[in-house]
Design a protein. Structure first.
Length: 216
């Protein structure tokens, strides 16, 4: 296990909940690798097969294969991709999404997702964070929300800074063979040099109504 000066919180089993396959690597890859490197059993649940429309079953298989290979580089134990269509999560039943997350959450100690509280957040990310929070509330577990704007999103909540291995994350990103080399997603994330990530800590109890979920 790699030792970091600022390690991730102690978690035995972590469920990563993301909207798109690329979210798990480009955004959450550093944190996933850090949790796995610390001995956490990491499991990834992806609600759709991509951030672009599926042109056919072959593309869906390729995206699932690429994410599986990326997850192995990051140290995750397994990946589950659901069949929600791209851009439809906001219109999906919140109860349905929550139940699907809870089905995958057996034995989970904590959840990880992308912070989607910003005004420019993708609707799929907003729905995913809301459902992940509701699931964490019902489960009585902590939700960690990865963020690039901790001063705004973390207002009123604890923010944890963790060290990450960018080399490991880049190796995982390289597994996405179907993403064009000139896609702006690559240039935006591969140029990151900051060796740290920030997580908003959202704790929920079973008896508490998930107010935070209604705010995003």
């Amino acid at each position: 296990m790699r030792k970091f000066a600022k390690p991730v919180p102690a978690v035995r089993r972590l469920l990563v909940v993301c909207a798109h396959p690329y979210d798990a690597t480009f955004a959450l890859g550093g944190v996933i690798g850090a949790f796995a490197g610390a001995g956490t059993s990491v499991h990834i649940l992806c609600l759709t097969h991509g951030r672009r429309p599926d042109s056919g079953p072959r593309l869906r298989l390729d995206r699932a294969r690429d994410l599986g290979a990326a997850a192995r580089h990051l140290g995750a134990e397994d990946v589950t991709l659901l069949d929600h269509a791209l851009t439809t999560l906001a219109a999906a039943s919140a109860d349905e999404l929550t139940d699907e997350i809870l089905t995958a959450a057996a034995g989970t100690d904590a959840f990880l997702t992308i912070d989607a509280t910003g005004a420019d957040a993708h609707p799929d990310h907003v729905a995913t964070m809301s459902a992940a929070f509701r699931a964490a509330a019902k489960h009585g577990s902590t939700l960690y929300a990865w963020t690039i704007r901790p001063s705004e999103a973390g207002r009123g909540h604890q923010v944890v800074v963790v060290d990450v291995d960018r080399g490991r994350q880049r190796r995982a990103i390289a597994c996405h063979t179907g993403l064009p080399t000139d896609d702006p997603l690559r240039s935006r994330w591969l140029e990151r040099q900051d060796p740290q990530e920030r997580l908003i800590v959202l704790r929920a109890e079973r008896s508490v109504t998930p107010v935070y979920a209604r705010q995003i």
